[in-house]
Design a protein around this ligand. Structure first.
Ligand SMILES: [Zn+2]
Ligand SMILES: [Zn+2]
Length: 307
């Protein structure tokens, strides 16, 4: 990929697969610069320090975004585990877009492919096939996987707003970035007793919080396919990991999920904490989502009896 093309791709995603390039499976370092800068920028915390308001904002943004990515990019866009209307679909796509994990089409396309060939040679982020680090972040920095297969998401391509968000996937992280900058600026001006400012709000609310959301999300690809318990003998190596389930609001019940992917509930039993599912149920009570799917109780009972 030329230098110009790589830099342009920081801002505009042209989904033109270059899968036949000889270096398609190598990391495109030039295009990876924004990702590297985001991670490195967390070190600025040693310069800016700590403020309780900036830390609180970082925690809230972590919770809101880890829910939005799990409930919407994953359970809704990738698996159709519940229904909502076009307005709320757009709102949650905007919020999940702030996670800086590309657009909903890219995310769902790669994830649907993962379920088809999970832990087989064609699985782009299987730690069993390609090792931990490739599974954790190498795969999405490769030229091949900057693109997605539109055939995997033909049902989503009919929404121009989703296509737009995917094409300009830097937009929502940029909105978050400038909102935090502005709020830090205003707080320093009008509430100096809070001892915060644009730098503190950005390093905690944007850099650290976004990197935390990113790492816990991709740990589901890496750790959840090598470490934890297997309740179901699925054809892949997926596992249930209670610690990751807590950190990801329920995504860590990954063996459950591979056994029955279209369930909006991934913690199948009451002791399997699945905060995303609890919030989905609240949204259902509010009339925002409906047709929330679950594993059929008879199937769960039958499988449990085999153990
Ligand atoms: Zn998986
Ligand atoms: Zn899935």
């Amino acid at each position: 990929m030329s230098i110009n093309k790589s830099i342009k791709s920081w801002i505009i995603n042209e989904n033109q697969p270059h899968i036949h390039e000889t270096a398609a499976d190598k990391i495109d370092w030039l295009r990876a610069i924004p990702f590297i800068l985001l991670n490195a920028s967390c070190l600025l915390v040693f310069y800016f320090g700590f403020s309780s308001i900036a830390f609180t904002v970082a925690v809230i943004l972590y919770f809101v975004r880890i829910f939005s990515i799990g409930a919407f990019y994953h359970r809704f866009f990738s698996h159709r585990a519940f229904k909502t209307n076009r307005f709320w679909q757009c709102i949650f796509a905007l919020i999940a877009g702030m996670c800086a994990q590309r657009g909903p089409l890219w995310w769902a396309s790669h994830h649907r492919h993962h379920h088809v060939v999970s832990d087989e040679p064609g699985d782009t982020h299987s730690p069993v096939q390609h090792g931990f680090w490739w599974s954790h972040f190498g795969w999405f920095l490769s030229k091949r996987n900057y693109y997605y297969n539109p055939a995997n998401v033909s049902d989503l391509l009919r929404f121009p707003e989703l296509v737009f968000l995917d094409r300009f996937d830097l937009l929502m992280p940029a909105v978050l970035f400038f909102s935090l900058f502005l709020s830090g600026f205003l707080l320093r001006l009008y509430a100096p007793e809070l001892h915060t400012g644009p730098g503190l709000m950005l390093v905690w609310g944007f850099c650290i919080s976004t990197v935390a959301v990113f790492n816990t999300t991709v740990l589901v690809n890496s750790i959840n396919h090598i470490s934890g318990k297997r309740r179901f003998l699925t054809k892949d190596n997926s596992r249930n990991n209670w610690l990751l389930a807590l950190l990801t609001f329920g995504e860590g019940w990954h063996n459950n999920h591979h056994f029955y992917p279209s369930s909006a509930r991934q913690g199948f039993y009451w002791w399997e904490i699945d905060v995303t599912y609890y919030i989905i149920k609240c949204l259902e009570k509010m009339g925002i989502v409906w047709d929330v799917r679950q594993i059929p109780p008879a199937l769960l009972k039958q499988q449990s009896a085999k153990q």
